[in-house]
Design a protein around this ligand. Structure first.
Ligand SMILES: Nc1ncnc2c1ncn2[C@@H]1O[C@H](COP(=O)(O)OP(=O)(O)OP(=O)(O)O)[C@@H](O)[C@H]1O
Length: 922
């Protein structure tokens, strides 16, 4: 046996290099460098011994393979961690001399060792081994070829099989090396094969490997096959279940229609009722019921109507493509209360309207829901009277038309006609298809304008109650997309009908009262269509008998719906909308009215809502007034209701604690077995049911408006004007002015002011400059008060709440008074407020929103109001008498009168003798 010294490379576990095979593996840097120097030192391809590990714990196997270094790739210098790549070509078996098992293997280097080449490499195997070997190898190759899906692999297996057939017997040992290197096998088997030097031995060991491998391949194929089988079984089961549910559905349909034999239906009944499962378990049943419901609704639709045609179309489509559930669109279509469908006639509301006591009942309803609002209630009764008359008239016309129709078919036409005209029209029903007749049942569209919390919504509810119709509220605030009103087309994912159709569905009747809240906040034409235009279509009596919702896609008759709109102010409503409405203006309440509303409506409501009994709490008159004046300052009663709610809740806790403590004292004191009922009497004795004004601070905190009033003192250059906010609330607004030294006579205006109010400020200053001499501000007529020699100044005028936009001419007289006060040094008392437009000639013109402004001033405890003379009638007509009595009103025509009213008689040193001739009266 020849022996030489070869560098030994330990192959990482579980890698084996067999003779004839080629492998590429990464090697450590140190090993790579050692191999590199080997390559550089030798002229031909250097030979090393590639030795596998006998086990993963790094001891070398006794046998290895001599191999040529075919290629060695050095990693780039910048990447120090990357290993070398080594390609080896196996040549022949070698045995390491002095058996290496016990020697530790050096990972990062190449050890030189003596190795010997076995003599018996080669030789001719026995015939038996050859036959077995070939058979096993061919079988395995055939199996592998069948198994693989890759054509290239299949070709390789076939080529090897061909090679095997052609190989001479003496070369079969070499072929065994080729084959074992190609097929998968266990590591230990391959190690064993590596140590087989004798050709016969080698063939036998290879045969064993092939047989084992072939059986493994067969077993795994069987497993895969059985997994496949079970999967298709599941699919089959799923398919059968689908069919089963379809059959069950059909059977249930038959049972409903009474076709299935009683025994069968009884059996299904038993199975339904005896089971304890919840309704959620019985999906099939629910679906069948849904379908039956939809079918019944389509059948109830008026014959030949658009909705029925669409319903039938959709129903057929659904039947053709069963999706397992009622399609969303069809569900909506059938959920709409179509006016002409059976059971949806307006007979309920017509009966209500026929009642001779209808108007009296309506008045009673309005009175029992609302305090005061006399003018508005009167207007609403007129409105209801019109609705009633129109409805009755239409009802009569329809009855007449129906009887004429009958007469035309009857041989006793004349007789019938005379009887019909005599009879009251109790049983007349509107004909389903007569659009022209139903369209006459329309009242005017009401538009409630007023500040928040003044009862707009609750008036709408009262109207619905008195008409005996359902009430629905649609909030239009922030509606920017036309589709929100009209619905999305069905092609959109997640589409649905618009707000109007949704409200109709919720109402469940074709004639509800629909309140369109905040109609002024609807967006105008934009990228998403024109919501305001869609709303116009809804409200227009000429168009709304065929309103088109994109989702439902069938014209819907809205002519029986009673629309009521609300808005906080008139200015922000689009003109075309305003054109279609009848305006009912609601203003704020006086303190007196608020206290009444609180006592009669809000307090009882809050007591019930918070679980107390009326006898358990009482608010003194003074406490209610204090809440209204000191804790809230609003036109409506919403904050007042909230504050009262807070007081009631406080008392509810008080009461509950008291009951609890008295109960525990009774139960712990066992010697005194007092009956339970006496405990509440006992509790009542100690519980203070009256809430006094002094307790309010403890309950509601420090009064919000108290401090504000105290801060309002007389100041030079400060005057109170009157405003109406965008929400329709009236109030006072201080106008502040300041003189800035070393100026150039400029006027600076700040506080988010619009063009009109700025012009009015300039106008006011011009008037004051012109009259500076008469007012004693300057010593000479020709001197500009801001440009007095040696003392030039600027004026700064500011309106607080700088973030709120302000505009309009009505602050004219207040700004003039502020300038006069600033330049003369005289002050306007802090309980005086004013509003009015000023002209260049010093005339005072009328302004709008007088009622809101006066009520706002009253809430702010203003004592004297200076108003344009032309607004006198507004005060007399609109302002409640108790407010008029509580304040002094001065109506002025000119600026001179205004100054006198604002500053007080004789306060300003007016140079009367030098007054210019103001104007000529022609
Ligand atoms: N005159 C009144 N009599 C009795 N209760 C009233 C009166 N006015 C308003 N209320 C009550 O005040 C509360 C607020 O009223 P409502 O919701 O109708 O206000 P609104 O004017 O619709 O407000 P918004 O403009 O904010 O919608 C309701 O509980 C209502 O019953």
């Amino acid at each position: 046996m020849a022996s030489i010294t070869l560098p030994v490379l330990a192959l990482p576990h579980p890698l084996i290099l067999l003779p004839t095979a080629r492998i590429t593996l990464p090697v450590h840097r140190a090993t790579g460098e050692a191999l590199l120097s080997l390559v550089q030192d030798s002229e031909a391809q250097p030979v090393i011994a590639a030795v596998p590990l006998s086990s993963p714990d790094a001891s070398l196997y006794a046998w290895g393979t001599s191999a040529r270094i075919v290629r060695l790739i050095r990693p780039p210098a910048r990447n120090q961690k990357q290993p070398y790549l080594l390609s080896l070509q196996g040549v022949s078996r070698v045995r390491i001399i002095g058996h290496a098992d016990s020697q530790p293997f050096q990972q990062d280097g190449v050890l030189a060792r003596r190795v010997e080449f076995p003599d018996a490499e080669g030789g001719v195997p026995s015939m038996e081994s050859i036959v077995k070997f070939k058979a096993a190898a061919l079988k395995l190759l055939a199996l592998l070829g069948k198994d693989t899906t890759q054509q290239s692999k299949r070709d390789t297996y076939r080529k090897i099989a061909d090679m095997l057939e052609d190989t001479a017997d003496e070369k079969l040992a070499w072929m065994a090396d080729v084959l074992v290197a190609t097929v998968n096998g266990e590591y230990t088997d391959k190690l064993d094969f590596l140590s087989a030097t004798n050709a016969d031995d080698r063939l036998q060991r290879a045969t064993a490997i092939f047989v084992k491998q072939a059986s493994i391949t067969e077993v795994s194929k069987k497993i895969a096959q059985s997994v496949d089988d079970s999967l298709s079984k599941q699919q089959k089961e799923f398919f059968l279940r689908q069919q089963l549910s379809a059959i069950q559905r059909e059977l249930a349909n038959l049972t409903r229609n009474g076709v299935v034999s009683p025994s069968a239906s009884a059996a299904s009944d038993v199975s339904n009722h005896s089971g304890q499962g919840s309704e959620l378990d019985n999906e099939e049943q629910a679906e069948v019921e849904d379908m039956a419901d939809v079918k019944a609704k389509i059948e109830a639709m008026a014959k030949d109507s658009e909705e029925r045609k669409m319903g039938v179309r959709e129903w057929r489509r659904l039947k053709r493509i069963p999706q397992g559930s009622v399609e969303h669109g069809l569900e909506w279509l059938t959920a709409i209360p179509w006016p002409a469908s059976q059971g949806n006639t307006a007979s309920i509301s017509v009966d209500t309207l026929r009642d001779p006591a209808f108007l009296a009942n309506a008045r009673g309803q309005l009175d029992s829901d609302h305090y005061g609002l006399e003018k508005i209630k009167k207007r609403l009764i007129e409105y209801l009277a019109v609705v009633r008359l129109k409805a009755l008239q239409a009802d009569r016309e329809q009855a007449l038309a129906a009887s004429q129709h009958k007469d035309a078919q009857s041989p006793h036409a004349d007789l019938n006609l005379s009887i019909n005209t005599l009879l009251p029209h109790q049983n007349a029903r509107p004909s389903s298809s007569s659009k022209s007749q139903t369209s006459t049942v329309k009242g005017p569209i009401l538009l409630f304008i007023g500040p928040p919390g003044t009862g707009k919504t609750s008036l709408g509810q009262s109207i619905a109650r008195s008409l005996n119709r359902p009430f629905q509220r649609i909030s239009l605030g922030g509606v920017r997309d036309e589709a929100e009103i009209r619905g999305h087309r069905r092609t959109y994912v997640g589409s649905g009908p618009g707000l109007i159709v949704q409200a109709l569905r919720k109402a469940g009747r074709p004639d509800p009262v629909i309140l369109l809240d905040e109609i002024d906040k609807v967006g105008q034409s934009n990228l998403h269509g024109d919501p305001a235009a869609a709303l116009l279509e809804v409200l227009d009596p000429e168009q709304n008998h065929s309103f088109n919702d994109h989702y439902v896609n069938v014209p819907i008759d809205l002519s029986q719906v009673l629309f009521i709109c609300t808005s906080n102010s008139l200015d922000t409503i689009a003109a075309p909308l305003l054109d279609r409405c009848e305006i009912v203006q609601l203003s704020g309440y006086t303190y007196d009215e608020k206290v009444h509303i609180a006592r009669r409506f809000l307090l009882p409501k809050q007591i019930t809502a918070n679980g107390l009994a009326p006898e358990q709490i009482e608010l003194s008159e003074d406490a209610l007034l204090t809440i209204a004046t000191m804790y809230t300052r609003e036109a409506g009663v919403r904050s007042l209701e909230r504050a009262i709610g807070a007081v009631v809740r406080y008392k509810a806790v008080d009461w509950a604690e008291h009951i609890d403590s008295s109960l525990t004292s009774i139960s712990t004191d066992k010697s005194k077995q007092v009956a339970l009922h006496s405990s509440s009497e006992h509790a009542l004795k100690e519980y203070r049911r009256i809430v006094e004004t002094s307790e309010l601070e403890k309950i509601l905190g420090i009064a919000r408006w108290d401090a504000d009033e105290r801060e309002r003192d007389e100041r030079r250059g400060v005057v109170y004007g009157l405003v109406v906010t965008g929400m329709g609330e009236g109030g006072i607004l201080p106008i502040e002015t300041l003189l800035i030294p070393s100026g150039t006579g400029k006027l600076l205006l700040t506080g988010s002011l619009g063009e009109v109010i700025k012009e009015s400020g300039e106008l006011a200053l011009s008037w004051v400059k012109t009259h500076a001499y008469e007012l004693g501000i300057t010593q000479h007529r020709s001197v500009d008060p801001l440009k007095v020699p040696g003392e030039p100044r600027d004026i700064h005028l500011h309106l607080p709440s700088g973030a709120v936009k302000k505009d309009g001419p009505s602050a004219g007289i207040a700004m003039t008074c502020a300038f006069v006060s600033l330049l003369t040094g005289a002050c306007v008392p802090s309980d005086v407020a004013m509003t009015g437009e000023i002209t260049l000639r010093g005339r005072v013109g009328p302004v709008g929103g007088i009622k809101e402004k006066v009520l706002g001033a009253h809430r702010a405890h203003i004592k004297k109001l200076v108003l344009p003379y032309a607004n006198r009638k507004d005060v007399e007509q609109d302002v409640p008498p108790e407010v008029r009595a509580a304040m002094q009103f001065v109506f002025v025509r000119t600026m001179e009168e205004t100054l006198e009213a604002a500053f007080g008689k004789g306060v300003l040193g007016w140079r009367r003798d030098s007054m210019p001739v103001l104007e000529s009266r022609l």
